[in-house]
Design a protein around this ligand. Structure first.
Ligand code: PLP
Length: 432
């Protein structure tokens, strides 16, 4: 009898959490590591939110509460999401979760039977792909187009739609690319969905970076397109907008009250409820005009860092980087570096079992980390199906400008260090 279920081996992971112990090992050995791997804003929780959470704790608001989410927060979410997208939303359609992540897997479980197909962006947030095999669905990656600022067209989507398509994940502004789709693109994508998909299709629109936008870009939601609201699940939360990843508050607007009640029951089964003092903090964060100020301050810092980093990357031989319009990531193409440092040849010469655990961009990621002490993420961490020959890195700019300057200086040396890379490979260590 096996100890562990077969299903358990099918779930993947989020590698951003895997790099942490490597960084600790390097730091314990006395090295300064530049951390461009983190997916969380490097700002404190805004003071007005912090004060509200403290006040709630002083009121002893620490007991079980509504498993769907406290009504004042659901009302605030309904108004805020509805106003920003020009649609009507009832508080009964809203469900609060412990962060933006749990509804991803819960939606796959709820909407998909084994064999149903799930379309998701690649590169994309790794949890979309991670859960698909676990729930017995079929992964259908939608490869984002670098030439379109990492978005896709209606025709790109249409090619992947079949009568088994059940869920389509979308994520703008995007992790890991920072891509933002325009209103026209989303209208074209919506037209394809309305024309080609079964009425019971669901679009999971992950808009967790809705407030982190540059150059006057707008977060236009696909739910705002006529005829799309009744098919679209809008998911966002407090983690990124309010720099509050440890608060574990996310919220989702479902197309119908009936669907919301199914997720309320899942919350009862899994979590009972979400901490009420943090939910009150999130309500205040949504309602307070002070939040606009803290978000604007954060965005100004991200924009300055983005301009610096993209410029520095584009000056490195073998690197090409698009200017992202949102989120706090840049996603350089390093195909030239893979060629210049003969990383592709090193990868090709690895034994088959090692090859499965790494990739050319992983080898460069590890070389940068262990020899140059700069932590980034590889392409493979953002979806693996059909991404074998794609060579990119994700850099988070949620790190101070001074550190980013050091990081870019180190990377500029690494991208031309052919001899250093050859030595790294010889050591046969740290390949993934
Ligand atoms: N969705 C996307 C696209 C993300 O990038 C993240 C976090 O990095 C999440 C969801 C999950 O956010 P949370 O920390 O609120 O669970």
């Amino acid at each position: 009898m096996n100890l562990i279920s077969d299903r358990t081996s099918l779930i993947a992971t989020e590698n951003a959490f895997k790099v942490g112990p490597y960084i600790v090992a390097l730091e314990n050995a006395g090295n300064k590591v530049i951390k461009c791997n983190l997916g969380e804003p490097d700002f404190p929780l805004p003071k007005h939110v912090r004060e509200e959470v403290k006040a709630q704790l002083d009121k002893d608001n620490v007991h079980y509460c509504d498993p769907q989410g406290i009504l004042p927060l659901r009302k605030a979410v309904a108004k805020y999401i509805g106003d920003a997208r020009g649609i009507e939303i009832a508080a009964e359609q809203v469900v609060v979760f412990p962060g933006g992540k749990p509804p991803i897997g819960l939606c796959q479980q709820t909407y998909c039977n084994p064999g149903d197909e799930i379309i998701y962006p690649s590169p994309g947030f790794p949890i979309y792909e991670s859960f698909i095999n676990y729930v017995g669905a079929v992964p259908v990656p939608l490869h984002l187009r670098e030439d379109l600022g990492f978005s896709f067209t209606g025709a790109d989507l249409e090619r992947l739609i079949t009568d088994k398509t059940k869920l389509i994940f979308m994520n703008f502004p995007s992790n890991p690319t920072g891509g933002v789709a325009s209103r026209e693109q989303l209208e074209e994508i919506a037209e394809v969905i309305k024309r080609r998909c079964d009425p019971n299709i669901r679009i999971y629109s992950d808009e967790i970076y809705e407030n982190i936008l540059f150059d006057g870009a707008e977060n236009y939601s696909i739910a705002s397109v006529e005829g799309m609201q009744d098919k679209t699940i809008i998911a966002t939360g407090a983690s990124k907008s309010y720099s509050w990843t440890g608060g574990r508050i996310g919220w989702v607007v479902f197309p119908s009250v009936e669907e919301a009640l199914l997720f309320k029951n899942l919350n009862i089964n899994y979590f009972s409820c979400i901490p009420p003092y943090n939910q009150e903090g999130a309500r205040l964060a949504i309602e307070s005009p002070l939040s606009k100020v803290s978000i604007a301050r954060m965005n100004a810092a991200f924009e300055e860092r983005r301009d610096f980093v993209v410029d520095a990357l584009n000056n490195m031989p073998g690197v090409q980087c698009q200017l992202p319009k949102g989120a706090f990531y840049v996603f350089p193409n390093i195909a030239g570096v893979v060629k210049n440092l003969k990383i592709d040849e090193a990868y090709a010469s690895l034994p088959a079992d090692l090859k499965k655990t790494t990739s050319p961009s992983t080898l460069f990621q590890m070389f940068l980390l262990w020899d140059y002490h700069v932590a980034m993420m590889d392409r493979k961490s953002f979806g693996q199906v059909g991404a074998e020959n794609m060579h990119f890195l994700r850099l988070s700019i949620a790190t101070g400008l001074e550190d980013l300057k050091i990081g870019m200086e180190r990377m500029a040396k690494a991208v031309i260090d052919e001899a250093g890379f050859a030595k790294f490979v010889e050591k046969q260590e740290h390949f993934s």
